[in-house]
Design a protein. Structure first.
Length: 175
């Protein structure tokens, strides 16, 4: 079976470690900047990571990505860094923003993959359903004879040969 872009989501065992590493990198940068990356910046960065990784991953992985993203925001929004403060309005806001972003990313990923497969099937069935144009209906044969020279593409007898005509004798003579 061949895999094309957009057909299948990236399995969770590949996406989760990559997403967790990016969350760790966001936390490391926030701690290294000593407050120059404020709480809103950490929240936006973690929401973006959760949304993008949920888009490419299996939908079940978005729950874990949202959870780790929330923990990153709660732990690295203000000093002392890496100390979780899971209560308060900042933690609630982080849970809502990161959770909704992860779920929207997972939903958009599902829609994108469904549309990509549907687009492939529709375009293939369009060509499969096309038929060759029908031939013109055949004319009924009549009893009237048409000389060969009068038919399209037809020719008369070769030059030098006259056509033979059956002639009835007149007045009952038997010649």
């Amino acid at each position: 079976m061949t895999h094309h872009l957009g057909q299948r989501p990236v399995p969770a065992p590949y996406v989760l470690p990559a997403g967790f590493a990016v969350f760790l990198a966001v936390g490391t940068v926030a701690a290294a900047l000593h407050g120059r990356l404020n709480a809103a910046g950490v929240l936006v960065a973690c929401a973006a990571v959760a949304g993008i990784t949920s888009f490419v991953a299996e939908p079940v992985a978005s729950v874990l990505l949202a959870g780790i993203g929330w923990l990153t925001v709660v732990g690295f929004s203000r000093p002392p860094y890496a100390q979780l403060r899971p209560t308060g309005s900042a933690a609630t806001r982080a849970a809502v923003v990161v959770g909704v972003t992860a779920l929207v990313g997972a939903g958009l990923g599902l829609v994108f993959r469904w549309y990509w497969r549907r687009l492939t099937l529709v375009s293939m069935s369009t060509y499969g359903g096309m038929r060759a144009p029908r031939a013109a209906p055949k004319r009924a044969l009549t009893t009237d004879a048409v000389p060969a020279a009068d038919l399209p593409g037809g020719t008369g007898p070769p030059s030098g040969i006259s056509s033979v005509k059956a002639v009835r004798p007149k007045n009952g003579s038997s010649e």
